[in-house]
Write a protein that binds this ligand. Structure first.
Ligand SMILES: [Zn+2]
Length: 334
């Protein structure tokens, strides 16, 4: 069964409407999962700080919900992810109250605490207070653009999976996901960005819903996400000290794998330029240096990314380090 959000509020002062949404859903006793900086947005309910929750014990994590009828995640990435996981394990509804917009986890049925990520249910409600989100760090809002442009290469990869591996594909999810990315790119390329936080939140929620409809992360996660996961692996392997975010890495990954599509004649030059300029306009990184990685590291990441997950993409069975260097140079990532 597909679970898609029943309430999606994307407005100024939306956080004042949490009680009203709970009443509509006939929920009386929620537990809030939040962070030390975002607890101030929880005025009425019992709460636990997300960093005090032991997430490796998947069997017992449901016990946090014992005395409650629902879970609310208030914050950026982790409080939402952990709240979603507790709700899933305890079979209780989850309400997402994002305080920023750095990735599509705010609405998706996916928990990304580990790789590969974990499929759950989408939140029953998403309450996005634009006044709060507008005030969140610019770096996070730039990262959100990277997670959206990813949809372009993700959908191309999904189509490739259909053509080359007879994979199940959904036209409606594919078109929905791609259109979300194109509309946001159109907006940032032709506006003064005043409404950017609101448009970005709408796009990320749409992206999360496309995942819920497809019941797979395919519409919003392809080769560019594999590249980002490979960079995360590199961070650990070589103890690299950089604060690059998931969405930022995915944005650069999109340029890298879009370059391969360009060379195979499956993507227009104009689309590539549109992807790159959209990232630049919102100050999202477009080079390895801006992400905080050396050349050799991104080359290793791109040439090893295919092996991180059994998912057919334009990386197919992997590309050599020489080829990876060529791709990264042509796309001006290095
Ligand atoms: Zn993502």
């Amino acid at each position: 069964m597909i679970v898609i959000p029943r309430y999606t509020i994307i407005k100024e002062k939306a956080s004042f409407r949490i009680q009203e949404i709970l009443d509509n859903l006939n929920l009386k006793n929620p537990l809030v999962i939040t962070g030390k900086n975002t607890q101030k947005y929880n005025k009425d309910f019992d709460f636990i700080y997300y960093d005090e929750i032991e997430t490796s014990d998947l069997e017992n994590i449901k016990n946090y919900a014992n005395d409650y009828d629902s879970i609310i995640g208030i914050g950026g990435g982790r409080p939402i992810d952990i709240g979603k996981l507790i709700a899933h394990k305890s079979k209780k509804p989850f309400l997402s109250v994002p305080t920023t917009a750095s990735n599509d986890g705010i609405a998706s049925p996916i928990v990304s605490l580990t790789q590969p990520s974990y499929m759950t249910e989408a939140p029953i409600a998403i309450i996005a207070d634009i006044d709060i989100i507008k005030k969140s760090p610019k770096k996070l809002l730039s990262a959100g653009m990277g997670d959206i442009v990813s949809n372009i290469t993700a959908v191309l990869d999904w189509e490739l999976g259909k053509i080359e591996k007879s994979e199940k594909y959904s036209d409606s999810s594919g078109i929905f996901s791609k259109t979300i990315a194109i509309e946001l790119m159109d907006y940032v390329l032709n506006s003064n960005l005043e409404e950017y936080p609101k448009k970005l939140v709408k796009a990320l929620i749409g992206s999360g819903i496309s995942i819920a409809i497809a019941h797979s992360s395919r519409p919003a996660s392809g080769s560019e996400h594999l590249f980002s996961h490979a960079l995360d692996t590199m961070k650990e392997k070589y103890s690299i000290d950089t604060n690059s975010l998931h969405g930022e890495q995915c944005g650069v990954g999109t340029l890298a794998t879009a370059q391969i599509y360009l060379e195979e004649g499956k993507l227009e030059v104009e689309t590539f330029e549109m992807l790159k300029t959209s990232l630049k306009v919102v100050d999202a990184p477009v080079t390895a240096k801006q992400l905080g990685f050396d050349e050799e590291i991104v080359i290793e990441a791109l040439s090893s990314a295919h092996a991180l997950r059994n998912r057919h993409t334009i990386l197919r069975n992997g590309i050599s380090k020489e080829k990876a260097r060529e791709i990264l140079e042509k796309s001006e990532i290095i």
